[in-house]
Design a protein around this ligand. Structure first.
Ligand code: G1P
Length: 289
């Protein structure tokens, strides 16, 4: 029996410099796609996989992310009085089970690995998911659920992967691939942000992981990797051979919302999925292109 997957860590301490000036006061993860902030998409995706406990790794100026999931008593009261049931439903979509959301601080931005290590007390001895809210997913089945299903079969670590153009390998963690059935690939090695010529493949890690708690001890060696940062990829690489490790090509589309063009594309793709907006959006798009 595998230990059930009930926990998720969401690193959200980044400065969001690529979206300045919008992110001067506003957390990047609070930027909406259509009408919902990125962080809420991530929480909903994790919930759809049966995750019950959430840990946000925050930093200075990020308290709005925690507030977003709190009860807005006055607003709720006013909406009730005015019988605004639709708005009330939307508001309630942000409610959490009492005690299911916690946050820890990453005081210094030392890298993704370090951010995850900050959540070590939350992780304890349990398997856990990681969601990077910048990677936004449009799929029929939650990507965390797709990873959790593979974890239930294979055990060990499972990461979401996608083929990227070779000239982009320097933006991602890249797999060295063993047995591969076109959906699930055995991971033989991992390299963080290799140059195109040095990349062992073009199969890249996307921001969804199911990891075993042993990765925390590997991060705690605090070795500096690519960009001088404490990299999650390097810590994961040290688990290979000791625990099963697989990459899963998930079904659905992923948008890189850490990038302006990717963020804009996500707006269009998500709006076109909305019955109340699709017609209008299609209409005005045809006037621009
Ligand atoms: C991080 C990880 C990288 C992964 C990527 C996915 O990089 O370090 O391995 O491929 O997320 O989005 P970052 O985007 O933080 O530079």
């Amino acid at each position: 029996m595998r230990k059930p997957l009930k926990k998720a860590v969401l690193p959200v301490a980044g400065l969001g410099t690529r979206f300045l000036p919008a992110t001067k006061v506003l957390a990047k993860e609070m930027l909406p796609v259509v009408d919902k902030p990125l962080i809420q998409y991530a929480i909903e995706e994790a919930r759809a996989a049966g995750i019950e406990q959430f840990c946000l790794v925050t930093g200075r100026g990020k308290t709005a992310l925690v507030e977003h999931f709190d009860l807005a008593y006055e607003l709720e009261h006013t909406l009730k009085e005015r019988a605004k049931t639709e708005a009330l439903d939307l508001l309630r979509s942000t409610s959490m089970e009492p005690g299911s959301l916690m946050s820890v601080r990453q005081q210094v931005p030392l890298g993704l690995g370090h951010a995850i290590w900050c959540a070590r007390a939350f992780v304890g001895d349990d398997p856990f998911a990681i969601l990077l809210p910048d990677d936004l997913v449009l799929a029929d089945v939650s990507w965390v659920k797709q990873l959790a299903d593979v974890y239930a079969e294979t055990g060990g670590n499972v990461v979401a992967v996608e083929d990227v153009p070779r000239e982009h390998t320097q933006r991602y963690g890249i797999l060295k691939v063993g047995q591969d059935d076109g959906r699930v690939a055995e991971v033989l090695g991992l390299v963080e942000k290799p140059k195109p010529a040095e990349a062992p493949s073009t199969l890249s890690i996307i921001g969804r992981y199911v990891l075993m708690p042993e990765v925390i001890a590997e991060i705690a060696r605090f070795e500096r990797g690519a960009g001088g940062e404490i990299q999650l990829t390097d810590a994961m690489a040290r688990l290979i051979g000791r625990q099963p490790f697989h990459g899963l090509r998930c079904q659905g589309r992923r948008f890189d919302c850490g990038d302006k063009a990717g963020f804009l594309e996500a707006q269009i793709a998500f709006a076109l999925k909305r019955p109340d907006l699709a017609g209008k959006v299609r209409d005005f798009l045809s006037r621009y292109v």
